[in-house]
Write a protein that binds this ligand. Structure first.
Ligand SMILES: [Zn+2]
Ligand SMILES: [Zn+2]
Length: 209
């Protein structure tokens, strides 16, 4: 496999420090510019959503991969089992749709309540869409919706377990130096294992994904 020079991933403390800076700046921004309740709602809701995308990166990288659980053969949430059997998703699609419904209820409540509640509905929005995105990343059709993230996720499952921790956005992988190298090749055997399909079309797969 080809490799390219990459900046080293930032350690836990640096990730926490940078993200704390980003989120406190967004909250200060909301205080300074948002005299209109609609603008305030939008900033707080987006902050909550972005907060989820950071949490999904943080949980996946530092808790599911780097945390060693004493006495356990697997990592948190049986994550290594998911790496071994990518099509065996424990949370099925109907359950993932239930999360979406919960989010819509929370969104309605936060519109009525105002204050800082949009942060929580945004967080739930990020969580429920993460559940759908991860499902789609494991379907061939996912490459039409999230080509870059799906490429990173396939590489994460096989050759690059220490890269491509994000699901909903490439932002945190980019910021913290864990994007898979652009030169990495996804071959037919990886696709067969990942999708559990034979004869998966890989024409231009590396360009498209
Ligand atoms: Zn993983
Ligand atoms: Zn996965």
């Amino acid at each position: 496999m080809k490799t390219s020079i990459q900046r080293p991933p930032l350690p836990l403390k640096a990730c926490l420090f940078i993200s704390l800076g980003i989120f406190s700046s967004l909250l200060v921004l909301e205080k300074v510019i948002a005299s209109d309740p609609k603008v305030s709602f939008l900033i707080l809701f987006s902050t909550g959503w972005l907060l989820w995308t950071f949490l999904e990166y943080f949980i996946h990288r530092f808790l599911m991969h780097e945390l060693i659980i004493p006495g356990s053969k697997d990592n948190l949430f049986h994550h290594h089992e998911h790496h071994r059997n990518p099509q065996d998703l424990k949370v099925k699609l109907p359950h993932r749709l239930v999360f979406l419904l919960i989010f819509l209820i929370a969104l309605k409540l936060s519109i009525q309540s105002g204050g800082y509640t949009p942060i929580f509905s945004g967080l739930l929005g990020g969580f429920s869409t993460y559940n759908l995105i991860h499902y789609l990343l494991h379907q061939p059709i996912g490459r039409y919706f999230f080509p870059r993230v799906q490429r990173a996720h396939i590489l994460h499952h096989y050759h690059r377990p220490h890269h491509g921790y994000s699901f909903s956005t490439s932002l945190w992988d980019w910021l913290f130096g864990t994007q898979p190298p652009k030169s990495d090749i996804i071959n037919q055997s990886m696709l067969k294992k990942y999708f559990h399909k034979t004869n998966f079309p890989i024409t231009n797969q590396n360009q498209k994904l």
